[in-house]
Design a protein. Structure first.
Length: 378
């Protein structure tokens, strides 16, 4: 089996003979993009092992676009519809138009790095640059597809492994101040979804969690009253789909304060009265429903939020930003970051500390003053 290692420009490559294909002919594979000769020889040695164990074999000269289509079909059964839809959108909008025609076995880390650089500079729709978080998400999808190619024996290594993972944006999300929160809730007094806005700012539920909330998951007669997050209702393309939360942190039970409990009781009574007028004997299954008793489309909740913000004369922020507002308010109220993390369904407290570091930093002065008063009473 012949092989060699060489250099082209600033990068190193190796060639290796593959086992015979279906036609009995041997074919040679070239893999490049290595920063040093040592890296190239190490990858060559691994390729020889992969050939001996049958992991690396002859395959049709696939393009990146063909791999994307094959990988999407392979993962479809094991992904939520919304996740699969997002994978497809990212591949079709950003990866395939730029590197789709490239031969998979000739794709180098430099090609992928250039893709990300182009997306950051002018790669979005209408030439609008993509954010670091968007490119980070695209990298995750492309990396998974290339890992699939390695497992299938189409590649000896994943070229996306050789580049630095794109960094997510760390800029602060827009949130309402405590005074703006109070004004928002005062304007919401006469709104049909008043109870939902209050609940959102008290708990920081995700939009999909609000849309999927059922009365069976709310125990207002308990002391303390509690709410269980058991279902999410979201969109996949133009379809509305429901799922159980995918992580243990997403499945959680939240204690409610008395004011929120009372507002939800009033809301339940109003929904029961509407149901009787429609000739229905019981309150609707979902907590937040329209005049016909049907659960809201998740996108409608966002539209209703923007309408309320306009009436209140407040800056337009998303429901996700309202969730961030809830976390900020909780931290400013003195709630421990670990409790905020658990209530918001974060995977770890570190996520909360990183995401709201600006709020926690602002609490340092109050903490220092409190410690000083304890040590030396005024």
């Amino acid at each position: 089996m012949a092989e060699n290692v060489g250099r082209r420009g600033e990068s190193w490559f190796f060639r290796v003979d593959l086992p015979p294909g279906p036609d009995g002919k041997r074919r040679q594979k070239r893999v490049g993009g290595f920063a040093t000769e040592r890296e190239a020889r190490r990858a060559l040695a691994q390729s020889k092992v992969d050939i001996d164990t049958g992991k690396l074999r002859y395959g049709a000269r696939r393009t990146v676009a063909e791999l994307a289509a094959e990988w999407l079909e392979a993962v479809r059964p094991n992904r939520k519809a919304s996740t699969f839809s997002n994978y497809g959108c990212l591949m079709r909008a950003y990866v395939v138009p730029r590197i789709g025609p490239a031969r998979l076995d000739r794709l180098t880390p430099a090609d992928i790095q250039k893709l990300y650089s182009d997306l950051r500079s002018s790669g979005g729709q209408g030439g609008k640059p993509l954010s670091g978080t968007q490119v980070h998400n695209i990298h995750g999808v492309l990396h998974n597809a290339l890992s699939y190619a390695v497992r299938m024996g189409y590649l000896s290594r994943n070229p996306a492994e050789a580049i630095d993972k794109p960094r997510q944006d760390t800029e602060e999300r827009p949130v309402y101040t405590p005074d703006q929160v109070r004004h928002f809730l005062s304007v919401a007094e006469g709104d049909r979804l008043r109870a939902m806005w209050h609940l959102e700012l008290a708990t920081g539920l995700r939009r999909a969690e609000l849309a999927g909330l059922r009365w069976r998951d709310v125990a207002l007669d308990r002391d303390p009253p509690v709410l269980a997050v058991r279902t999410t209702r979201t969109t996949a393309g133009h379809m509305v789909v429901e799922y159980d939360p995918k992580t243990r942190s997403g499945r959680r039970v939240l204690h409610l304060d008395r004011a929120t409990r009372d507002i939800l009781w009033d809301h339940r009574g109003a929904m029961a009265a509407e149901a009787r007028k429609r000739g229905e004997p019981t309150v609707p299954e979902y907590v937040f429903v329209d005049e016909l008793g049907d659960p809201y489309h998740p996108a409608q909740l966002t539209r209703d939020l923007h309408s309320l913000q306009q009436r209140a004369g407040l800056p337009r922020i998303t429901l996700h930003d309202l969730r961030h507002t809830a976390a900020t308010v909780a931290l400013l109220a003195g709630v421990h970051p670990k409790v905020v993390s658990e209530r918001h369904g974060h995977a770890s407290t570190q996520i909360t500390l990183d995401r709201y570091s600006h709020v926690i930093e602002s609490m340092q002065t109050a903490a220092a003053d409190a410690i000083g008063r304890f040590l030396i009473p005024e």
